[in-house]
Structure formats: C-alpha cells, structure tokens
Design a protein. Structure first.
Length: 286
C-alpha cells in the first residue's frame, strides 16, 4: 500500500515542465493527425441553423462582429460557417462591428467566403465597419442607419451602394446575428434593437458567456446560440450535412475539438493527481 501511495506522490510531484509538454503534445498531435469525429448537435445550435435555413427568399441579415484575436479560436469558425450558410441560401449580409477588432474579423471572414461563392461586394454584402458608442450605435442602427454611417468600411458613400438602397433601419433586416465575446454584444442587441422591434435574433459567443445568453433564449428573445468552439463545430457539421459539396477538412472547429477535448482531459487528470498527492502527504504528516 505504501509503495502505491509513494507512486502517487512521485507522479503528483512531477516537474511542471513535463505537464506543459504533455499538454502541448495533447493539443498538437490531434491537429496533425486530423482526427475526424462527429459531434452531438445541441438544441441551441440546431435552433440557429434552423433559423437561418428557414429565412424567406432574398432575406437581409445583419451580422455584428464583437470579438477579437483573443477569442478568435472560439468565435471565428462560427463567423465563417454562418456567412457561408447565409450566402449559399441566397441571402444578403450587412456587417457591422461594435469592437474595433471586429473590422479585421469581418474582413477576414468575407475575404475567405465571398470569392469562393462568387459573391459581390455592394450587391451581396456590405461591411459598415466599426463605430464607437456601444449602445448608442445599436440605437442608431435601430432608428436610422444613414444618420450613423455615411460611408462603409471601404470608404464608399452609403447611398451609392446598391444593396443599401432598401435598408433604412433594423426593421429592414430579417435576422440579426451577434458574434459576441463580451460588452457590448448580444445582450445590448436584444435590449436596444431586436426585442423592441420584434426582429429575430441569434447569437454566437464564447463558452463562458453562454450562461448570460440562455435567459434570453428561455424568454424567446433570442432564437438560439452557438456556444464556443463546441457550438461552432456543431454548426460546421450541420452545414456540411446540408451542403454535401463542402470540404469537411476546412472545418476549423471540427478539427480543433479533439485537441481541445484531449487537452482538457490531461489538465483535469493533472489537477486530480496533484490534489490526491496533497492529501496523501498531509495525512502522513499527522
């Protein structure tokens, strides 16, 4: 028995650098090997997919980019999946950003998806870019976009953009999607734009933020939410089942999920082992 406990103490006292190496290996190997594994679809991810899928023909969708490089691994795969899904169904997208970094995220998304689907700027999509002001920006979009934006991110006069001629305010959109990593984000879109004007809304957010969004879903103010990388992976799987010509190997979140899962297991085991070692040593000192 003592030998067994001594083994636990040795394992629990391993150099932290070895743990760092184990975590690095647990993340790197699944990415290199490209483990192909389906994920279980949750109700909230299915609700987001169904909302986009059931939009009327030639709908207009407003997507707000409220995340940056620090949360890109979780939210950017959602952005790519949503934009591709919307474009493939023949709808138009108007993008805005409540965070300065949102300009880079939206630009990268459109530059990735639009060319391969032959979508034209100004006709199929428009990027209004970042405006400071948080809730004030949302209220401006809700009432009159032209008073808030005179030019788009590419410095085009808004009135000269074909797609914007029939878009005056939030009521001209069939759906609002908030890709949010914090404030301002999903909650503010609900409170100041979508709920007062009865506009359908979906959200994509980090895993730690999803608990803040769930009450709005239960109240019927938000249709569904993509929660972190698991939500992004679920959405990637759904759209690849719908559009069989899409290459599964390009699904960022589906490729990242095995690495994330294995890394989490390694971390949990290390924590458990450390705690067991602590209690063994504590009891021996009594």
């Amino acid at each position: 028995m003592n030998k067994f406990l001594d083994l636990f103490i040795k394992l629990g006292s391993v150099d932290r650098r070895i743990i760092f190496v184990l975590i690095a290996v647990s993340v790197t190997v699944p990415l290199i090997v490209s483990v192909d594994k389906d994920v279980r679809i949750t109700a909230n991810s299915q609700a987001v997919f169904d909302t986009v899928q059931e939009l009327p023909v030639n709908s207009k969708v407003l997507i707000s980019f409220e995340y940056g490089p620090s949360t890109k691994p979780e939210i950017h795969p959602m952005s790519l999946g949503l934009v591709e899904h919307i474009f493939r169904n023949g709808h138009k997208i108007c993008a805005t950003a409540l965070w300065p970094d949102g300009n880079f995220m939206s630009t990268e998304t459109f530059n990735t998806i639009a060319p391969k689907l032959n979508k034209k700027y100004g006709i199929d999509y428009v990027n209004l870019g970042y405006k400071p002001g948080a809730e004030a920006v949302i209220k401006g979009i809700a009432s009159d976009i032209a008073t808030l934006y005179t030019k788009d991110l590419k410095d085009n006069v808004l009135g000269a953009i074909p797609m914007m001629k029939d878009i005056k305010n939030i009521n001209d959109f069939d759906l609002v999607i908030s890709l949010s990593a914090g404030f301002p984000g999903t909650m503010e879109w609900v409170q100041f734009a979508c709920d007062p004007n009865d506009i359908p809304m979906c959200s994509g957010c980090t895993s730690v933020q999803v608990t803040e969004v769930l009450p709005y879903i239960e109240n019927g103010q938000v249709n569904g939410v993509l929660a972190g990388m698991p939500g992004a992976a679920e959405y990637e799987q759904l759209i690849r089942e719908e559009f069989t010509d899409m290459d599964r190997s390009s699904a960022m979140a589906l490729k990242g999920m095995p690495a994330q899962s294995i890394a989490h297991i390694v971390i949990v085991l290390a924590i458990a082992l450390g705690n067991i070692t602590y209690f063994i040593q504590k009891n021996r000192k009594k």
